[in-house]
Ligand binder design. Structure first.
Ligand code: F6R
Length: 602
């Protein structure tokens, strides 16, 4: 986890580093730090807590035209000032920021200590500046010393380093993301594009093994052995405003509200004459596929359930597997298997591990992701982008909606190629109503009573979410979102499962949010009524004329639409319930405790 940034160019670097770190805080916010260099020593400023605390600690931005920065999600050592990055060598001449895990750091640290190096932190990272410092004594150049240092590391890293008296930033990547940003007279390196999107949209996605040197008027990329490598320059089509909070108090709210435009982007150009047209995946692409395995974590897993259910409806053998369980749950995998990684970030370690395992067993792989140039997009045989724009709030919202829609489209391509059929009998209606989805989401956002209901049920003991079919995946997602940002107990259940145990928990202090999609809703209504008979208030999430409205204690309205999209509209209502409950409880909505958006450790 963690976010790193580096910058070299004209003028002072500190403000750019700090604002870049704010845009990377979704990756972790346990501590923050920067180091700048201006020819009179490397100056390090760091502290536990968020970037705002680091800023408050800095009476005046330190001067220096090059620097590095870090925002941390702790793995080795608690979130203290000492464990905050950047870390330095004993003399403080070399400063390093790092995202990843150095697996052999204990051995390296013991060896370095035996040679007189003094350590100040519990982190794995601190070995890196000491190694660079030591190799500098014998290497011809600092670049060579960096290359030697990274060659001794086992594990994953994206690092950036500055060295006293040198007008350069040194960087390397292996297994952790690193992107180079190219502006007219300055260069950036960062874990992700939003860190420097205010300055440039011209980027190079670096590859594993790349070593980079940034100098004021040039950048050099070489492989592990020092041979020059050429990487293509891409233009990112994200709007810098999408990466900012704008007038909103929270990124999450901004991202919930931006779902109509995100969904319009997701859909644009992908339905032609009533047929699905996904770029790069023409008819016949998946003709050799017999089994589809979706692998994903958390919210992305809930979106992947959409893919699984729609393919099964078309008679295609499909499974959704929690990525972290893939090795024990995958079953037979061969070249007729398509493993689909559903991952908005494209960097989730568990998901990457699952598709690497699948690929190792002969499967073809496909990434469904939001991030162009992400590891999943680059490693998979094919990639489909969900086109939701940058999502900064730790709780996934718009990316869930865009993933589910992308998967619904993808499954049409798959069903046609694999079974020669369509996912649903009324697929034409489904695709026609998809065009209305952005407007329907807008209607939900404009008229939602979620805040009133969040307030009404604020003192509840637990919050239950139930649904059937596609509504079940929405119930799971509603509960995950609720627990993640409110810290209150919430669980999602398949409607029919409530009576097989969980009903023992039901009281008048456990509201039940029941998701009705308009397809086979009987089970959900019956089970909601059974819970209601035990005292639980029932909130029906459904259109106004749905029979559940009559029996429910409260109602969250969604427009009439096709059952496949009804769940997504219900989910928007549930996103708002979670958001308002968390807000009323005073929770740090964008940065829930112990979490980070991009989980790059297993
Ligand atoms: C919850 C959330 C997480 C992610 C999960 C997978 O709001 O965001 O559950 O969905 O960590 O992340 P990606 O999609 O980046 O693989």
């Amino acid at each position: 986890m963690c976010g790193i940034i580096a910058r070299i160019g004209r003028g002072d670097a500190a403000d750019t580093l700090l604002s870049g770190l704010e845009n990377l805080e979704y990756r972790g916010y346990d501590s923050a730090g920067i180091a700048v260099q201006n020819g009179s020593g490397v100056k390090v400023h760091k502290c536990s807590g968020e970037v705002s605390e680091l800023k408050a600690d800095l009476p005046k931005a330190p001067s220096g035209n090059m620097g590095i920065g870090h925002t941390r999600w702790s793995t080795h050592g608690p979130p203290t000032d000492e464990n905050a990055h950047p870390h330095t060598d004993t003399a403080g001449d070399v400063a390093v920021v790092h995202n990843g895990v150095i697996e052999n750091y204990e051995v390296l640290k013991a060896e370095l200590q035996s040679r007189g190096h003094e350590f100040e932190s519990d982190t794995d990272t601190e070995v890196i500046p000491h190694l660079i410092d030591e190799y500098r004594e014998t290497a011809a150049t600092t670049e060579a010393a960096v290359r030697q240092a990274v060659a001794t590391l086992e594990g994953s890293y994206a690092i950036a380093a500055i060295v006293d008296g040198e007008e350069a930033v040194y960087a390397a990547r292996q297994g952790s993301p690193l992107v180079l940003g190219i502006d007219a007279d300055e260069w950036y390196l960062a874990s992700d594009v939003p860190a420097f999107l205010d300055h440039t949209d011209e980027v190079i996605y670096l590859e594993d093994g790349d070593v980079v040197v940034l100098e004021p008027d040039a950048y050099r990329i070489t492989d592990r052995d020092g041979n020059p490598v050429t990487r293509s320059v891409d233009t990112v089509d994200w709007d810098p405003e999408d990466a900012g909070k704008g007038e909103y108090d929270h990124y999450m709210r901004k991202e919930i509200d931006s779902q109509p435009s995100a969904l319009s982007n997701t859909i644009e150009g992908r339905i032609e004459d009533g047929e699905v047209a996904l770029e790069g995946l023409p008819a016949g692409t998946f003709a050799d596929v017999e089994t589809v395995q979706f692998v994903a974590c958390g919210t992305s897993y809930h979106a992947a359930m959409y893919g699984e259910q729609l393919l099964k409806a078309a008679g295609v053998h499909a499974q959704v597997i929690r990525a972290s369980e893939y090795d024990s749950m995958a079953g037979p995998v061969d070249e007729t298997t398509l493993a689909v990684a559903v991952t908005q970030s494209g960097e989730t370690a568990d998901t990457l591990d699952a598709i690497r395992t699948a690929s190792g067993r002969g499967a073809r792989t496909l990434a469904v992701t939001n991030v162009v140039g992400s590891t999943a997009a680059r490693e998979a045989d094919d990639a489909v982008y969900i086109r939701a724009g940058p999502e900064v709030g730790v709780a996934a919202t718009k990316t869930y909606s865009s993933q589910a829609v992308t998967l619904a489209l993808l499954t049409q391509r798959l069903a046609a190629d694999v079974s020669g059929g369509a996912t649903l009998e009324d697929v034409e209606t489904m695709l026609a109503t998809l065009e209305d989805l952005p407007d329907h989401v807008e209607e939900v956002l404009e008229a939602s009573r979620a805040e009133t209901l969040a307030r009404e049920f604020l003192d509840s003991r637990s919050y239950f979410f139930i649904g059937h079919g596609l509504g079940y995946s929405v119930a799971l997602e509603g509960a995950l979102k609720f627990k993640e940002i409110t810290y209150e107990h919430a669980e999602g259940f398949a409607s029919g499962e409530l009576k097989h145990g969980p009903l023992a928990l039901v009281t008048d202090e456990t509201p039940i949010f029941a998701v009705f999609t308009g397809h086979d809703d009987g089970k959900t209504k019956t089970n909601a009524i059974e819970a209601q008979a035990r005292g639980a208030p029932v909130v029906a999430v459904c259109p106004d004329d749905h029979p559940a409205v009559e029996v429910a204690d409260a109602h969250l309205s969604i427009p009439e639409t096709h059952p496949v999209w009804a769940g997504l509209l219900a989910n928007v209502q549930l996103q708002l319930v979670s958001y308002h409950a968390a807000d009323l409880l005073g929770r740090p909505i964008d940065k829930p405790r112990n979490l980070a958006k991009s989980v790059t450790v297993e």
